[in-house]
Each structure stands twice: as structure tokens, then as C-alpha cells.
Design a protein around this ligand. Structure first.
Ligand code: FAD
Length: 571
């Protein structure tokens, strides 16, 4: 038998991004023994990359703003697929979470009279995004990390979770490998919060970090959690296009929020045509498709993008409001954005689908398994509004931590059985062999197939092609192998991540084939219209080796919310 480390805790939080850290703070404050694990180093989670801000209706800049308008914006721009109660909770609770961050030391940009400054973002009726220049995620993580480290929270970083464990219908912990030492861990817990972020790495061109391989989706799905809206994957309208090494890297919506305009190679401001009212600040799906259409029509730039221009603002203003963008273009592309236009194109950005959860408790369909953040699904419907993800991780991270703590107080610890740990260790180590299929080659084929066939515009033929390729690659999974040992072996990590990527990709494509309409981020050229029949969420459950699909009509509840929003679309 292989040796391994045993950890016993009340609440296990998987993920140290904003959602995970906020959950851990709540669980620890409830007096429970709390352990956080993350596959990268603490402070390096994907949240750190967030730029533009946190959406909260403080009304500091536009006094008419309130939670009801924020709620209406979520429903409208999510094209009616969002869960009403989840949207209501977010809109009501996020101002308090922003003030809490401020109390904990986050240094937001300020209005002249000293209140938190708010900027415009696409699809938000009012200027709503609380920000720290264009480095909001860094400040958020720094603040939460500081709070977490001052509490009695155990942190195990570079610990990659490979499996969740169940006893009957309840989750009882997780098994993983510490990548820097090669040691295995069995972590028994009374409750588990999954906060593993998104899956943008299933596409070739993405704004996401290396971590976003959809592990949480796989972990939860494999022990019976229900997934939802997996076809809904957001393209951000503006990613870098050049040089090739940085293709896909995000160009924050903050540039357009601060007045940046989009131009084609004829120097036409084409958003006046695609969206005369909202122009560059329409919802992301609309602007992304407009950029794509201009490029496809041959009106793109030298490197296959469109222009984003903010040179009409003063250099001082640009450097103050967009310091990160200024440096990013200067260092990576040799472009001074105070004098020159940026070249941008759509890039995969955010997974709206994920683990279905109960709005009040954040519990998934598996007893004791709570989900929060990008891995969870229900808030954004068919299209996420910028700023609502940082809002989401604070509001639902806190709620998930509280609920997990309540749950853990009532449960006893069930230790993970030795044979289950040994089986998992053998399964991980089976990838270590001299001769085997290279995981990076499969990843490359998978991401190419996803980008080529399941992109910004979809149709049945391409989706079927994509599915065929995924199924072919799935068959090759069994033959994967990498040389080397178990310590710091990136190839070994890739073998494990690839499993998540295959499951996520299959779920996206199969759901996309089922949804025979166009709605938000899901645009089908063969079904170009939105259909009332499709006012429903597609859910997925594991059925043996197959995915079982079902539909849940979106419930306009609680009904009193209808006064803040157009309820007629549901009747
Ligand atoms: P993450 O921050 O992704 O954290 C996931 C954690 O899970 C990590 O610690 C990771 O190590 C861990 N993990 C994953 N798998 C495993 C595993 N198998 N075992 C152990 N640990 C694991 N949103 C906004 O609202 N406003 C913005 O301005 C904004 N800007 C953005 C800019 C960029 C460039 C990008 C890419 C996104 C932006 N977003 C923004 C989106 C937002 O940043 C993310 O959706 C959000 O931060 C996700 O937070 P999270 O806590 O759910 O996950």
C-alpha cells in the first residue's frame, strides 16, 4: 500500500479564488475547523486576473440605481434564463459585500467627495462597477487572503483534488495529490464547498489562466451532482490578437467603460450600426458577434482583429484609469495605447453553465456538497454581465461557507475508507509510464475542435463534427502516459486535467445540439431566433457512462419580482 496523509476537517473548501476564500472566512467565523485547498499557490487563483470591477448598485455616481434595476439588468441581459431568486439575492446582497471588503481594507477608486467610484460597463443601466483601476481582482484577492490568513484556516496549496468521496448520498471528503511533493492526501470533511472556477481552457483562444480546466465540474458530476446550462459559454468581445503568444489575453471592458470605441479597417464606428442605443456598451454577446462579423466580412485589422481606440482621452487619464492595460500593451505588443489603437478580437472568457445549486443554501444535488463562483450555475442565464462574477463570488461564496458550516454542525465525520484512497492513488499513478499517448497532443486536438466547431456561431453540422472528435479523443484517454516521477510532474497534471476538459467539452456540445434556438451566448445560424419553447434550463446528470439530459422550465418566482422586470416573456 502507498503511504498518504490524512486530514480531518469540518468544512473542506476546494479552491482559493474569491469564492473559496470568502466561503472559508464564513465557515471559520462560524467556529468550524476549515481547510482550503488549491491547485496553484495561494494568491494565484484566476480571480487575481479580474480587471474591470464589481457590480453593486451603490448609486454613488448614478443615484437612481438600486437593487431592483440591477436585478432587471441581470434578467434582461441573461435573456431570461437566470434563476429569479439567485439574481434577486445577488442584487440585494452585493452592496453589503463591497462595504465589507472596504472595511477589510480594499482600496477602491474614489469619487471627488470620497465615496467608492463606479464605472459604466456593458448591459448595466447605470454606472455600477466598483473598481480599483483595472486591477480589481488583485485587490479583492489580496483583501480576502489577508482576512483568511488572520483566521484559523488551514491552507494546503498546490494540492490537486482528483476525486470527491461519498458515503451513501452524502459527500464525505476528497482525495488529491500535492503536486510539489508528490504526496497523496485523503481529506475527510463534514461538508465540502466546491469553488474551482471555470473551464475556459477547453478552447484554444481564451482569456483564462492555466487553472481553468473545469475540474470542479468533473469532480461534482462524477459523484452525481446535476449540471445546468453547459451550452452557455461567454466570448468576451475584446482579447489581444497580437503577438501570437498573448492571443486571447483579456482587454478589459473597462476600456469601453472609460470611453473606448470600436473601429473597423475603414475607420467606421460599426457599433452605431449593430447597436445604435447601447453601442460599445451593449451586452457582451452582442458586441462579440459584431466584432466577429466585421472580421469575417474582411473589415478586420492586419492580424485578424478590429481596432479599440481610446486615444481621444488624455494620456494621464488613460494611465490612471487603465494602468494595467497601458502596461500590458506596452510590454507585450510594443503599443502605447495613449497614442495608438489596440487590435482586439473575441476570446473565450466565462462559463455561465456549471453545477446547479439551491439559491438559499448553495447546496448542489449531492448532500453536503456546496458550490459557489464560476463553477456554479444559475445567476447569469445566457449571458453574464461584466462585474457580476466578482459580485457572485462574494455573495455566494459567503452564503456557501455559512451553509456548509450549518450543515457540518449537524453531521459527524466519516473517514474515507483506505481501499478507496489506494484505488485512487493507483489510478493516478497509472499515467506514469514511459510509453503512452501524450496528453498535450490530445489537449491540442480538443481545444482546436472546440474552437473550430463550437464557437461564437454554431450549427448542427459543426456541433456534430465537434462531438465526433471529442468521442474519438475520449477513446484515446485510456492510453495516456507520461514519463517522470510524481513530484512536480506537469505531464501527470495534464493527464488528470484532460479528463475534466473532455467531460466539460462533451457537456457543452451535447447541450448546444439540444438547444435549437439562439439565445445570448448560444447563437445558432440554423436556428437564428429565440424561441419561447426554450425558456428552460438544460440539465445533465451522470447515468452510468452516459450523460442524461432533462429540462427545467425557468420559474418566474418569487412572483413579486415581476414588478421590477418584464414578466410577459414568461406567459
Ligand atoms: P477562481 O478564481 O478561478 O479560483 C478557482 C480555485 O480553484 C483556484 O484556487 C484553483 O487553484 C482551484 N482549483 C481548481 N481546480 C482544482 C482542483 N482540481 N484541485 C484543487 N484546487 C483546484 N469578473 C468580474 O466580475 N469583473 C471583472 O472585472 C472580471 N475581470 C476578469 C478578467 C479576466 C482576465 C478574467 C479571465 C476573468 C474576469 N472576470 C471578471 C471573471 C472572474 O474573474 C472569475 O469568474 C472569478 O474570479 C472566478 O472566481 P472563482 O473563485 O469562482 O474561481
Amino acid at each position: 500500500n502507498e503511504p498518504y496523509n490524512k486530514v480531518k476537517t469540518d468544512v473542506l473548501v476546494i479552491g482559493a479564488g474569491g469564492a473559496g476564500l470568502r466561503a472559508a472566512i464564513s465557515a471559520a467565523d462560524a467556529g468550524l475547523k476549515t481547510t482550503v485547498v488549491s491547485k496553484s499557490l495561494i494568491g494565484k487563483a484566476h480571480t487575481v486576473m479580474a480587471e474591470g470591477g464589481i457590480a453593486a448598485s451603490l448609486g454613488n455616481v448614478d443615484p437612481k440605481d438600486n437593487w431592483q434595476v440591477h436585478f432587471g439588468d441581470i434578467m434582461e441581459e441573461g435573456v431570461y434564463l437566470s434563476n429569479w431568486r439567485i439574481a434577486e439575492i445577488l442584487a440585494k446582497e452585493v452592496p453589503e459585500r463591497v462595504f465589507e471588503l472596504e472595511k477589510w481594507g480594499a482600496l477602491f477608486d474614489r469619487t471627488p467627495d470620497g465615496r467608492i467610484l463606479q464605472r459604466a460597463f456593458g448591459g448595466h443601466t447605470y454606472r455600477r462597477l466598483c473598481h480599483v483601476g483595472d486591477r480589481t481582482g488583485l485587490e479583492l484577492i489580496r483583501t480576502l487572503q489577508d482576512q483568511a490568513l488572520h483566521r484559523d484556516i488551514d491552507i494546503l496549496d498546490e494540492l490537486y483534488i482528483t476525486k470527491l468521496v461519498k458515503d451513501g448520498d452524502r459527500v464525505t471528503g476528497a482525495i488529491g495529490i500535492k503536486m510539489n511533493t508528490g504526496e497523496f492526501y485523503a481529506l475527510s470533511a463534514k461538508a465540502v464547498v466546491i469553488a474551482t472556477g471555470g473551464a475556459g481552457k477547453v478552447y484554444k483562444v481564451t482569456s483564462n489562466s492555466w487553472e481553468s480546466t473545469g475540474d470542479g465540474i468533473k469532480l461534482a458530476y462524477e459523484i452525481g451532482a446535476t449540471l445546468m446550462d453547459m451550452e452557455m459559454f461567454q466570448f468576451h468581445p475584446t482579447g489581444m490578437v497580437y503577438p501570437p503568444g498573448v492571443r486571447g489575453l483579456l482587454v478589459t471592458e473597462g476600456v469601453r467603460g472609460e470611453g473606448g470605441i470600436l473601429l473597423n479597417n475603414k475607420m467606421e464606428r460599426y457599433m452605431l450600426k449593430y447597436s445604435p442605443e447601447k453601442k460599445e456598451l451593449d451586452a457582451r454577446d452582442v458586441v462579440a458577434r459584431a466584432n466577429y462579423a466585421e472580421i469575417q466580412a474582411g473589415r478586420g485589422t492586419e492580424h485578424g482583429g478590429v481596432y479599440l481606440d481610446i486615444t481621444h482621452k488624455s494620456p494621464q487619464y488613460i494611465k490612471e484609469k487603465l494602468p494595467h492595460m497601458y502596461m500590458q500593451y506596452l510590454e507585450f505588443a510594443g503599443v502605447d495605447i495613449t497614442k495608438e489603437k489596440m487590435e482586439v478580437a473575441p476570446t473565450i472568457h466565462y462559463q455561465m453553465g456549471g453545477i446547479r445549486f439551491d439559491p438559499e443554501t448553495c447546496m448542489s444535488s449531492v448532500n453536503g456538497l456546496f458550490a459557489a463562483g464560476e463553477v456554479a450555475c444559475g445567476l447569469h442565464g445566457a449571458n453574464r454581465l461584466g462585474g457580476n462574477s466578482l459580485a457572485d463570488i462574494l455573495v455566494f461564496g459567503r452564503r456557501a461557507g455559512n451553509s456548509a458550516a450549518e450543515f457540518a454542525k449537524k453531521e459527524s465525520l466519516v473517514e474515507i475508507p483506505e481501499d478507496e484512497v489506494q484505488d485512487q492513488i493507483s489510478s493516478v499513478l497509472s499515467f506514469l509510464k514511459e510509453k503512452g499517448t501524450n496528453p498535450y497532443s490530445i489537449m491540442d486536438q480538443l481545444t482546436t475542435a472546440m474552437s473550430d466547431n463550437v464557437g461564437i456561431l454554431r450549427d448542427e453540422d459543426h456541433l456534430n463534427k465537434g462531438l465526433e472528435k471529442i468521442l474519438e479523443l475520449k477513446k484515446q484517454y485510456a492510453s495516456l502516459g507520461v514519463p517522470g516521477g510524481r513530484r512536480y510532474n506537469h505531464g501527470l497534471l495534464a493527464c488528470m486535467e484532460l479528463k475534466s476538459m473532455l467531460i466539460v467539452s462533451e457537456a457543452i456540445v451535447r447541450s448546444a445540439l439540444l438547444r435549437k434556438e439562439s439565445r445570448g451566448a448560444h447563437a445558432r445560424t440554423d436556428y437564428p431566433k429565440k424561441s419561447k419553447e426554450w425558456l428552460k434550463n438544460i440539465i445533465i446528470n451522470k447515468d452510468g457512462e452516459n450523460m442524461k439530459f432533462d429540462y427545467i422550465p425557468v420559474q418566474p418566482t418569487p412572483p413579486e419580482l415581476a414588478q421590477y422586470y418584464k414578466p410577459e416573456v414568461y406567459s
